[in-house]
Design a protein around this ligand. Structure first.
Ligand SMILES: Cc1cc2nc3c(=O)[nH]c(=O)nc-3n(C[C@H](O)[C@H](O)[C@H](O)COP(=O)(O)O)c2cc1C
Length: 168
């Protein structure tokens, strides 16, 4: 059985929920799956493939995920690795997908990893889950409020990338 490590970075739990859905879908495809926070610094070398993703703050993945990818880059370059991003742009302006895809360009340039896929997903803006300064930023940006996660879209993307991850 192929094994897949799903790693995520989150501030509110939004991206953790997406990672869990990716994990469930890969398990249904027959993989042995672990879903682990980047803060727990899992070792990717024990897995056949990796899916890693993050929520976004000001055009960038969270620090803990970027640090984990950089620390594991030598391993990630030797097995299929897919990225995913959860953010509000994919909820409010999905036509700006290229802008969202570019959030990970600096990480790709720094590490030399070539992802086999890039899932771009709508996240959430639930003010209760943000700090006061974060709430004010979101208000100033007139960001739409709500949980915009589309788990059917997450499942569809995961199925579409399963072959590239080495699952049939
Ligand atoms: C201070 C702040 C900055 C943000 N910056 C961006 C951004 O640059 N682009 C974007 O699409 N979403 C942005 N977001 C939205 C988050 O990426 C979104 O809430 C996402 O669901 C967060 O996932 P997480 O809580 O799992 O980290 C921002 C949110 C906050 C609070």
């Amino acid at each position: 059985m192929s094994t897949v490590l799903v790693v995520y970075g989150t501030k509110t739990g939004c991206t953790a929920g997406i990672a869990e859905q990716i994990g469930r879908t890969l398990a249904e495809a027959g993989a042995g799956v672990d879903v682990i926070s980047a803060e727990d610094k899992p070792d990717a070398s024990g897995y056949d493939a990796v899916v890693v993703g993050s929520g976004v703050r000001v055009g960038s993945w969270h620090g803990a995920v970027k640090e984990w990818v950089a620390a594991q880059a030598d391993v990630l370059k030797t097995r299929p690795t897919a990225f995913f991003t959860a953010c509000l742009t994919m909820a409010s302006d999905p036509e700006k997908a290229d802008e969202v895809r570019a959030y990970t360009d600096p990480l790709i340039a720094e590490t030399g990893i070539t992802p086999v896929g890039a899932g771009l997903f709508a996240g959430m803006n639930e003010p209760k889950k943000f700090s006061l300064p974060e709430r004010l930023i979101m208000k100033a940006m007139k960001a739409p409020q709500g949980d915009f996660r589309d788990m059917a879209a997450v499942t569809e993307w995961t199925r579409s990338v399963a072959g590239a991850l080495g699952l049939s």
